[in-house]
Structures are given as C-alpha cells and as structure tokens.
Design a protein around this ligand. Structure first.
Ligand code: SF4
Ligand code: SF4
Length: 173
C-alpha cells in the first residue's frame, strides 16, 4: 500500500478573514459561520436542482474559507438563486443561506457588478417604487380574482429609503 504523503505548508488553507469581515457588515452576512456543511439546504433548492453550478452548501463553504474572489465575479453563480427561502426552512443551524447569498449579491452591487436584468429591475423600482410596472393587464387580472386595484406607491418615502445611510457612504470611499 502506498504510504500517505505528509502534509506540507502548501496544503494549508488560509482563510481570508477580511472578506468574511466585509460580508459580516451586511445584514445576516455573518450567518454562514454557523454552517456545519450538512447539505440539508441543497435537497429542496430549485436552483441546485436545475443547475450543475449552483449549490448553497458549496457557497457557504466558500464563505467559510473566505473565497470572495470565487464568488464576487462577473456572471457569478449567486444570481441563480431564486430567493425562494427553501434553504432557510431546512437549515438546522438557522444559517439562512438565502440571506447570506443576498448579502453577497449586495457586495457585488457595491462593486457595480450585476446582470442587465437586475439593472433593469433597479431602474424600474427607482422610477415607480415597484419591481414590475403596473399595466392594464395586471388590473384586469386582479379584478378577475376579486382583488382591489393596487394602491399608488408613496414615491417620496421610497426616495428617502433609497438614500444611502451615512455608514454606507463611508464604506464606498
Ligand atoms: S433561496 Fe436560493 S439557495 Fe435557497 S433554496 Fe431557494 S434557490 Fe436555493
Ligand atoms: S443546511 Fe445549513 S448547516 Fe447544513 S450545509 Fe446548508 S447552510 Fe450549512
């Protein structure tokens, strides 16, 4: 039987705690620290079911290792998450992988890296206060289901909410 090779210093995984500290500044960004890699979040994940690249457990592992350079990239796999929250329901550690992924997406947005679709949704939201604009077809559909018409959006309040918080302005410097 071949003798097991002794580990050397090149084998040591160096965790990038700086990346983890940056992520922890985001809402729920520190939750991945509680992940013990059981994989329960993968079973009911629609993105993992239909994509060979996406796996919430692997994303949490990359976060634990601080592998920001693999996650915060153009065409990041993170955008495949549908925000369905199945993973949050299944996780025995209350990690809420979806929240960690949202925080990672926010880090990407801070770097101005997001797909054109997201850019379009942001533009619509800034203009109308809604992620999908209303249309007569929506009104007709609501009427069919006996729902009242949608109320107007208080755009002055939305604009105030969209103003960056003072600490966010500091972060971007
Ligand atoms: S929220 Fe995202 S990661 Fe979680 S189960 Fe849904 S698609 Fe998968
Ligand atoms: S279910 Fe929770 S603890 Fe298990 S791998 Fe997923 S995030 Fe980690």
């Amino acid at each position: 039987m071949a003798k097991a090779r002794k580990p050397n210093s090149d084998d040591v995984v160096r965790v990038d705690f700086d990346f983890r500290r940056q992520l922890a500044k985001k809402v729920e960004g520190n939750l991945a620290s509680f992940c013990y890699q059981c994989g329960a979040c993968v079973g009911d994940c629609p993105a993992a079911t239909y994509s060979d690249e996406f796996n919430p457990r692997e994303i949490m592992l990359k976060v634990l290792y601080g592998l920001g350079e693999e996650l915060l990239v153009e065409d990041s796999v993170l955008w495949q998450c549908t925000n369905c929250y199945n993973c949050a329901e299944r996780c025995p550690q209350d990690v809420k992988p979806v929240e960690v992924i949202i925080s990672l997406k926010n880090m990407l947005a801070d770097l101005n890296i997001y797909p054109p679709t997201v850019e379009k949704i942001i533009g619509t939201f800034e203009k109308t206060g809604r992620t999908t604009p209303l249309s007569p077809a929506v009104d007709r559909q609501r009427e069919r289901f006996g729902l009242p018409p949608m109320k107007p959006v208080p755009m002055d309040e939305i604009s105030k909410l969209l103003e960056p918080a003072p600490d966010e302005e500091d972060d971007s410097e």
